[in-house]
Design a binder for this molecule. Structure first.
Ligand code: TA6
Length: 290
């Protein structure tokens, strides 16, 4: 069961629903942004800040922001707003349907829907971005970009997933051992040895070939398993105490409660699409006991 609530949350429109087994989800139309997913019998899987701002054209801290058509400030580090305009735009709900206990929502964004913001050139290549979200015992998210223009299109993309943990200091991310890493803090390259652990700020891009990561969370006694297809990068981020204190939309201790493990195609792995071509990024998130 789901319902669309016009201006339903601090003046922003949302779709919220439940699955027959008792799961819950919420999606803000701004950004087609999943802000809650709680499968039946589980703690919420996604972290959303208690201090998140719910305002037009302001990014929501938590959930699954969609970064598009650039990541951070872009490949040349000269773009704003950070992480592109898709998370600031109001998407169109194309379809919502329920089938066998799962709810599927399909959203659409094209350049006519881009918000007027500083740094955004409204005269852009034509494209159609479609996001399909399926809420059941797992969560599936597909992001499809179709180049509907007559010239090539190059874009970066990320599903900037904030995963909720009991205590980041005990958490580890498996599945990235042996990958090349670019630290966004220092600009240096390295190779990941063993699981990713958290004892200070982590902000790094991994170049991946396998799309499966597991976030182990001893404090909540669970694993969050993400399986990605057509993704060449995984970004791992936790701001740690000092940086978190500078984020006005994050509580003092909230940095301990999440890890971002992001499914992405960025930098030299940006998506190149000739006229008429399309690319689909797929992610499944599942939860299991540790
Ligand atoms: O994906 C990691 C990252 O780019 C970090 O560097 C950090 O800035 C984070 O995303 C959050 O970005 P935001 O623009 O949402 O504050």
């Amino acid at each position: 069961m789901f319902e669309r609530l016009e201006d339903g949350h601090h003046g922003l429109s949302i779709v919220r629903g439940t699955t027959p087994d008792g799961g819950r989800f919420t999606v803000h139309e701004q950004g087609a942004h999943i802000t809650e997913w709680t499968p039946a019998g589980e703690e919420p899987v996604l972290f959303t800040s208690a201090y998140a701002r719910y305002e037009p054209r302001v990014a929501i801290r938590g959930g699954i922001p969609i970064c598009f058509p650039w990541f951070a400030n872009g490949r040349k580090d000269n773009k704003s707003p950070a992480h592109g305009f898709a998370r600031l735009a109001t998407w169109q709900l194309l379809e919502g349907r329920e089938n066998n206990g799962v709810t599927t929502l399909q959203w659409r964004l094209d350049p006519t829907m881009i918000p007027r913001l500083d740094g955004i050139d409204p005269d852009r290549n034509r494209f159609v971005l479609t996001c399909t979200q399926t809420f059941g015992t797992d969560l599936q998210v597909s992001l499809r970009i179709h180049n509907t223009d007559e010239v090539p299109l190059v874009v970066e993309e990320a599903l900037h997933t904030y995963l909720r943990v009991g205590d980041v200091r005990q958490a580890t991310v498996l599945g990235l051992a042996g990958t090349e890493i670019l630290s966004r803090r220092t600009g240096t390259w390295d190779t990941q040895i063993g699981p990713v652990t958290f004892a200070e700020e982590v902000d790094q891009i991994h170049w991946v070939s396998s799309g499966v990561t597991e976030l182990h969370d001893p404090a909540l006694g669970r694993r969050i398993i993400q399986t990605a297809t057509n993704s060449s990068n995984t970004v791992v981020w936790n701001p740690w105490a000092e940086n978190a204190a500078e984020l006005g939309d994050l509580g003092d201790d909230e940095w301990t409660e999440f890890v971002c493990v992001e499914t992405a195609n960025v930098r030299n792995k940006a998506i190149h699409l000739n006229p008429g071509q399309a690319h689909e990024l797929d992610l499944t998130i599942a939860v299991a006991p540790l």
